[in-house]
Design a protein around this ligand. Structure first.
Ligand SMILES: [Zn+2]
Length: 62
């Protein structure tokens, strides 16, 4: 095996992470400064996340 062809990288752990999402992201909602978790791949905080809207209108859950 030729290790030289693959061992040319001088990265020492400072490579930009591609798995986690960028840090210091904030909600895209204008005026909202809620920071998003790096594990939240959405663009909005939990308050403005479109999919977070309860859809139980008309239904009564006991
Ligand atoms: Zn928000």
């Amino acid at each position: 095996m030729s290790e030289r062809s693959l061992g040319g990288h001088t990265l020492s752990g400072s490579e930009r992470p591609s798995k986690a999402f960028a840090k210091d992201r904030t909600c895209r909602e204008p005026g909202c400064t809620t920071k998003l978790s790096i594990y939240n791949n959405g663009k909005y905080c939990y308050q403005h996340e479109p999919m977070a809207v309860p859809r139980t209108r008309g239904k009564k859950i006991a």
